[in-house]
Design a protein around this ligand. Structure first.
Ligand SMILES: Cc1cc2nc3c(=O)[nH]c(=O)nc-3n(C[C@H](O)[C@H](O)[C@H](O)COP(=O)(O)OP(=O)(O)OC[C@H]3O[C@@H](n4cnc5c(N)ncnc54)[C@H](O)[C@@H]3O)c2cc1C
Length: 132
């Protein structure tokens, strides 16, 4: 299979580049060794902001007495909490997959090793050094 462009890494850098290239009419392969969406979606921005949102709500509830609301029995259900984070990540990952599928970007689940020859290629591998 050959493509006009290969993009290494499906984080926010990689998948937006893939969408942009496909909008310009290129056939694109998006190569990912891990989960679609990269650091941001799977372990970075999204899970941490989901947790921050919950902790913000807990803080509000604890301090609500000042505005006349009394919230009793506030507790953390660790399983439900973790499930909510995983569910949020999963929904957004499906959203990215849907956008890529709609633009006919071919997502390939493989690792590109340091000796691989991919050309032309865009690196979206995050902070990792690239050797192509
Ligand atoms: C805890 C945390 C919280 C964060 N919160 C925020 C935030 O709130 N706002 C914000 O703007 N940024 C945030 N960031 C930073 C953000 O996650 C990164 O800036 C962003 O993910 C970088 O995107 P990227 O596409 O360059 O790389 P990445 O998202 O790192 O994606 C790189 C992808 O390349 C893949 N890859 C690597 N090597 C190969 C290979 N050889 N073959 C195939 N695939 C490969 C990886 O599996 C990965 O999926 C946070 C980061 C962390 C860790």
């Amino acid at each position: 299979m050959s493509y006009d462009l290969a993009i290494l890494g499906s984080g926010p850098g990689g998948y937006t580049a893939a969408l942009r290239a496909s909008l310009r009419g290129l056939s694109v392969a998006l190569v990912e060794s891990g989960e679609l969406g990269g650091t941001c979606l799977n372990v970075g921005c999204i899970p941490t902001k989901t947790m921050l949102h919950a902790s913000g709500l807990a803080w509000e509830a604890r301090h609500a007495k000042a505005i006349g609301l009394i919230v009793s029995d506030l507790a953390v259900d660790a399983d439900a909490f973790a499930q909510r984070v995983a569910q949020t990540v999963s929904i957004l990952r499906k959203g990215v997959a849907g956008l890529l599928a709609a633009r006919k970007v071919d997502v390939r689940s493989i690792v590109i090793g340091p000796d691989a020859s991919v050309e032309p290629a865009v690196s979206g591998r995050g902070a990792l050094p690239l050797v192509v």
